[in-house]
Design a protein around this ligand. Structure first.
Ligand code: ATP
Length: 355
């Protein structure tokens, strides 16, 4: 097994597009590391550079103790699974799995042992004699994962492997990938633009924006304290409410009258924006303690929760997450209360977390 060190990775494509700008990543041995970001942020390019499918313009990639910059993909001891799982259509599952091992020239008995083990891990035993056209999308994806597993690589590289599956299958496969990675303990780098997938899978998440790393942290770290306004807008559904605030008399005051507790060490410089999660606000009866007057604009009932859009007299309406049992009609006059503890605060001109 092996960790991965990416140092000052830079990629400019021949047409001049800068896809990756001086990215540093230190991925632990046995870690499930997620690269998350919007389309075009450079995550696939970074992953393909790790795989050896794309040559970086500059920077180093180390897998285990080996600098792999000049090694072809086949000599990097990695297995990659893509969004489009190209199985051989004329081969049965068993032979699709055996293919990379036969290509390596492994003895027959070992091929068969490894295929059986991968089939057991991915619960493919009943499907070993079927060809891809007789498999569902989820089953085909399990075969693609199993085909990566049989190689027993030092590192798995996954590029949006669940994108083509429906919501229920995605959730199931997510659980399977997570269990599998924990069971095998193999380092995995997983690329996605889906923050729910990133949060539920990753030991740590790197959030990329325009070829640069904006933040690296555990799912809870990036949720609780996004490192920039970009991360604050990207993580969470709905995302954080971003309130322009002023620091006066030891309190953060937002237009409309909400008062928040400032983080320790916050200076008065710059124009400040506080990040307030929808669950950091609460709708209460009008006039109730610690609340400011507000009006319900609309409600989105999601079954297990209701997201209310509330006008509190500020520059922007805020979103408030409430249990499904608490019902307010549109136009209801209510109280709005802050219950979110100390919020992260950003400098609106740099977009960076200041405290
Ligand atoms: P997606 O989620 O859409 O796959 P991504 O975050 O994986 O996006 P990349 O595919 O790494 O992003 O692309 C990063 C940037 O590099 C984008 O601006 C993209 O248009 C550009 N790019 C990718 N491949 C090439 C190429 N072969 N030639 C020129 N530009 C490219």
């Amino acid at each position: 097994m092996a960790g991965i060190e990416v140092t000052s990775l830079h990629k400019t494509y021949p047409d001049g597009t800068v896809a990756v700008e001086h990215v540093d990543l230190s991925i632990g041995d046995g870690e499930l590391f997620v690269m998350l970001g919007p389309s075009g942020c450079g995550k696939t390019t970074t992953l393909r550079a790790m795989a050896g499918l794309e040559r970086q313009t500059s920077g180093d990639i180390r897998i285990g103790s080996t600098v792999v910059n000049d090694l072809p993909p086949a000599r990097r001891d990695i297995a990659m699974v893509f969004q489009f799982y190209a199985l051989y259509p004329h081969l049965r599952t068993r032979d699709n799995l055996a293919f990379p091992l036969r290509a390596e020239g492994l003895p027959k008995a070992e091929v068969s042992e490894r295929v059986d083990e991968a089939a057991r891990l991915m619960r493919l035993e009943p499907l070993l004699d079927r060809k891809p056209q007789r498999l569902s999308g989820g089953e085909q994806q399990r075969v693609a994962l199993a085909r990566a597993l049989v190689r027993r690589p030092q590192v798995f590289l996954m590029d949006e492997p669940l994108t083509n599956l429906d919501a229920e299958l995605r959730a199931d496969m997510r659980t399977e990938i997570k269990h599998l990675q924990a069971e095998l303990g193999t380092t995995m780098v997983y690329v996605t633009h889906d923050q729910v997938e990133a949060m539920s899978l990753g030991h740590r998440i790197a959030i990329l924006n325009k070829g640069r790393v904006e933040q690296i942290g555990t799912p809870l770290e990036v949720y609780d304290r996004p490192a920039s306004l970009f991360c604050a807008r990207f993580i969470g559904s709905p995302p954080m409410n971003l309130l322009e605030v002023e620091l006066t008399d030891g309190a953060l005051r937002a237009p409309g009258g909400l008062v928040l507790t400032p983080p320790a060490g916050l200076g008065r410089d710059g124009s400040l924006v506080a990040g307030v999660r929808p669950e950091g606000l609460e709708i209460a009866s009008p006039g109730s303690e610690d609340s400011i007057p507000a009006v319900v604009v609309s409600a989105e009932a999601l079954g297990d929760e209701i997201i209310y859009v509330v006008d509190h007299g500020g520059d922007h309406d805020v979103r408030v997450r409430m249990p499904p049992t608490v019902r307010f009609a549109a136009d209801a006059k209510v109280g709005l209360r802050y219950v979110g503890g100390t919020p992260p605060v950003y400098d609106s001109s740099t977009g960076k977390l200041v405290a």
